[in-house]
Write a protein that binds this ligand. Sequence first.
Ligand code: GDP
Ligand code: CO
Length: 405
Amino acid sequence: MKIEIPRYIEVFGAAQINEVQRVYELDSGVTSEVPAENVGTVRDIGKDVMNDIEQRMAIVVSTKNEKLRLLDGVMSGIPHDCLIIVVSNSTRKPIDRYKNEMELVKQFNKFVQRKVIMIHQRDPGLAKALREVGYTDILQGRYVRNGKGEGALVGLVLAKLAKKDYVGFVDADNFIPGAVHEYVKNFNSGFSMASSPYSMVRISWLYKPTVIETGFYFSRWGRINEYTNKYLNRLISSHSGFGTEIIKTGNSGEYAMSMKLAELLAFSSGSSVDPYTMLNLLEAFGPSNPINNKEVREKGVQIYQIETRNPHIHVDKGDEHLANMLLSSIGIIYHSRICSDALRKVMIDELIASGLIKKGVTPPNPPTMRPTKNLNFKTLQEFLEINAKTLVTMGEASTQNQAPS
Ligand code: GDP
Ligand code: CO
């Protein structure tokens, strides 16, 4: 992949946020070479480098009642050497959609023979294993809570058990397998540029139309993203004293992290997880927080935002879904401990003025789940293997390898 070098970097405590980068060439050949006159402007990431990262990467596919054909397409787009982890929260009655998903994945794997792990989010055995290691943050009664953020966290835990160095997240409702393929390549190119072991790559879409019966519909998603980005940027400027527009991927649902960073971050419930992976990074590594980890202090945390060439076309879930997404995204920022009262007031006034929330309504405060770094993964693995009846591993993807310490 041939990609622009970021011209501008915003520094916020230990976090280094790179400006959005444009892709020049999706495939730039076998080896990494840049002609001398372009050295300062372009980065060339050859297939050798890409492939090395793919072998060390798990891609978590979150799905809830998506069409099997879409899930199949998404899996087909993920480069072969990545481990696929499907975390499903699909309904099991009256039709057992998870069973259908398992059959689809097995059938898929008969032809491609790769490493796949899948699990159902509401498997009581999964909840039992997490309770055993004290991770009640994610639980509600006998089960893991519903929500995309909870599913992502389950995927992260499985990626850690499979000893992966990188973990990426993609949605299952994507109509374009080639776009999914590109996201993984974008992730890889970000990681290959990072000099710190703590790095995150977020996908920036040029446009995100949804498919409806009569054609494409340019949904209000753009508006949600506009607000989320605006408020995340204001958070930064309220600490730095300088206005900024650096964050362009606040609501991106596709992002990847080095495992070393992922296990230091908290996750949040439902769709607020998408902005929260960015927000929590600002909370944890920003200027107002003492950073205990020496390596993080010295090397910093690097964030890349990469603009895709493919459009992001996914299932239209309707206006109510978008309204909930907006509220939970705004809510997670509004309730952040690094959000000032002045910014809270601005947020509420603007949202009321634009008709997005009603007067007197406080945005929701989605639950968060603490970082997973210090969980006892050995015990978690033992309990998972005994209790999680929906856990399926294919290829050499077994979580039965020795657990990471
Ligand atoms: P949007 O694309 O951000 O508007 O939100 P979607 O509703 O499309 O959700 C993103 C992805 O997460 C889709 O692939 C959903 O099927 C999936 N998803 C939604 N809720 C859950 C959940 O509770 N658990 C899991 N595992 N996945 C979910
Ligand atoms: Co979607």
